[in-house]
Ligand binder design. Sequence first.
Ligand SMILES: Nc1nc2c(c(=O)[nH]1)N[C@H]1C(S)=C(S)[C@@H](COP(=O)(O)OP(=O)(O)OC[C@H]3O[C@@H](n4cnc5c(=O)[nH]c(N)nc54)[C@H](O)[C@@H]3O)O[C@H]1N2
Ligand SMILES: Nc1nc2c(c(=O)[nH]1)N[C@H]1C(S)=C(S)[C@@H](COP(=O)(O)OP(=O)(O)OC[C@H]3O[C@@H](n4cnc5c(=O)[nH]c(N)nc54)[C@H](O)[C@@H]3O)O[C@H]1N2
Ligand code: SF4
Ligand SMILES: [Mo]
Length: 684
Amino acid sequence: MNTIARTDSHTIRAACPHDCPDTCAMRVTVEDGRVTRVEGDPDHPPTAGVLCTKVSRYAERTYHPERVLHPLKRVGPKGSGQWERVSWDAALTDIAGRLGSIAARGAERILPYSYAGTMGKLQGESISARLFHALGASQLDDTICASAGSDALAATYGGKLGMHLGDFAHAGLILIWGSNSVASNLHFWRLAQDAKRNGATLVCIDPRRTETAEKCHRHIALRPGTDGALALALMHEIFANGWADTAYLEAHVNGWEALRERALGWTPERAAAECGLEAGQIRELAQMYAHTRPAAIRLNYGMQRVAGGGNAVRLIALLPCVTGAWRERGGGMLLSASGWFAGVVNAQALERPDLMPSPAPRVINMTTVGDALLQSGSEDAGPPIEAVVVYNSNPVAIAPDSGKVVAGFRREDLFTVVLEHFLTDTADLADYVLPATTQLEHLDVHTSYGHTWVLLNEPAIAPLGESRPNNAIFRDLAARMGFTDPLFAESDEELLRTAMDSSPVSLDELRATGWVRAPVPELPFADGGFHTPDGKAIVDSPLYGVPDHVPNRECATTDPALAARYPLAMISPPARHFLNSSFVNVKSLRSIEGEPLVEIHPEDAAVRGISEGMRVRVFNDRGSYTCRAEVGARARPGVVNALGVWWRKLNADGSGVNDLTSQALTDIGRGATFYDCLVEVEAL
Ligand SMILES: Nc1nc2c(c(=O)[nH]1)N[C@H]1C(S)=C(S)[C@@H](COP(=O)(O)OP(=O)(O)OC[C@H]3O[C@@H](n4cnc5c(=O)[nH]c(N)nc54)[C@H](O)[C@@H]3O)O[C@H]1N2
Ligand SMILES: Nc1nc2c(c(=O)[nH]1)N[C@H]1C(S)=C(S)[C@@H](COP(=O)(O)OP(=O)(O)OC[C@H]3O[C@@H](n4cnc5c(=O)[nH]c(N)nc54)[C@H](O)[C@@H]3O)O[C@H]1N2
Ligand code: SF4
Ligand SMILES: [Mo]
């Protein structure tokens, strides 16, 4: 029987769709056709029955009175909030016609813009990608979050590979590096607690005194963007004192001598000056890391959102080679586990990049969408962008340098279609808003970047109102644009079979249990075997050379004149009860977060006449952000923390933290540099 037609009380197996390394298995209780409870699956090992506060409120988000439940067409000027309810038929006929006539002049004038609003393989990118590939639309370079770290891992180990999540429980030392795990990686944090109970030492390396930092044994509060220098100084100590595992290096790391040579130039004193730390702290950390076994590193993407993010990830990723930590259960490092899913869920078969014309259409970097829409940056090769189709993302809130992003989306000559659950900052500037289903209303399959299970998400309820899964919308649009090949009409069930066709994970088992572990070796790199051509880790990359510390673009070392005008470094890590800009409109969660705020150290506050709770203006040459000051020790001197990402329209003056951030890119991976940002703060 079709589960969504049932009227009795029953439970559905589902998966959390959000961009979070934990990818929880969920149990959804449905009573009389309505979801009454969303809980963590107690049997799924990483989830262990627990969801975070945000997703425990998923039903509140799904039944939110402000859900967009029928297609909307703009009737007033852009951004005026004047909408007319239209039928699906009218909306899609008009959209197909508009996109078709733009494509007739050159399909690169159309830009699809999507990210990880859902991490589902089916609703994330399948029929959409097929359509835009076949059309020859501009390609989107998906750099907004993780590309510096991803490309750095690929350049070091040949892929996004790391320790098993469960093995952190066996560690004797865990460096939690650029990760507020309590907020953003809760199920790792549980294992770190297990390790702690068994005597492990936890060290947090983060400029901010986060919820995580205050629960660790040590907090190394370095300046933003100086992680590469710290990693080099740790290696300095390990090599200089003869603590390196030269047997491991010799057997499994190409060119390790070049790494030693580079590290020997980074004394703890030199790094301490760069990082804003004491040399003694670095010596002590090096000693701990070299001598505590097993030693694990949980790196997260927070530390790679700076000019030198890629180099820093390469250096930190090599630390377990230098000490041979990979040899032991509980030793090694994890940034992303997604490389383990190659061949497990077939994304190529879903997205069909082979449908693209030759030569391939131009690539637009999603991080510099502001410049791309205004043709104001370096990314202006080719014709102007005349249409944007946004799904699974809220660029007006989350992309850097909002002043330009907003101006771009406000262009009267730009045709914008947004598939959404809510009237977000981006939907507000659309010509059409099309209602999409949530995870409770559609089928999907998930991999994870923090563990190694594949999960199935069965729909629990029928789509609310007139909402439709992304795929249903793109199937209908493709047909109206004349794409009649059956591959544009594959149902979600067929897509699921396509994705799992040649997988080592059985679809039948997945349907029966809801989650299946991908085949990953137990101690993957105990004896080398990295995913590089010769199985050895790489120091001297043909693309990027030997890794080094690359300072922030916006700091006193690189740009003293700028630092004189804007002396405070701003980072904008996620607020615990939001997920990027998702959940900001869920009242119960927003009331926990309060209002947009910036944390500032008491010394920095005092010289500016700022006291606790005061309204302040944070500003630089790109823009300004108005929020409340929180004076205290969460911020280190010289650094302010503006937690994100609030909806612009929920702030009194409509400003957002990304009014301040820059479109400059990382050293590796063309990624965003949200945390490489100088500002000044003044009382209002
Ligand atoms: N609750 C919640 N969970 C989330 C998210 C969310 O928005 N809210 N976002 C999700 C997403 S999209 C991602 S990509 C993942 C990972 O998302 P991340 O953005 O990595 O999330 P955090 O774990 O908060 O890590 C950021 C941490 O890095 C610190 N940091 C900033 N700059 C530096 C630096 O230069 N060096 C070092 N060492 N630390 C620095 C910040 O203070 C913060 O504590 O989390 C996901 N989980
Ligand atoms: N200043 C600053 N900016 C940041 C960051 C930061 O740390 N600081 N973090 C950056 C990072 S790491 C990331 S990953 C990006 C994230 O940026 P985005 O990927 O844009 O993530 P969200 O803001 O969560 O927006 C996702 C949107 O997708 C919608 N959505 C969810 N599911 C579906 C679906 O099935 N169909 C459709 N059509 N829509 C759906 C949601 O309603 C939501 O509005 O933000 C980046 N921006
Ligand atoms: S957001 Fe992360 S921790 Fe929360 S339910 Fe989803 S996967 Fe689990
Ligand atoms: Mo992200």
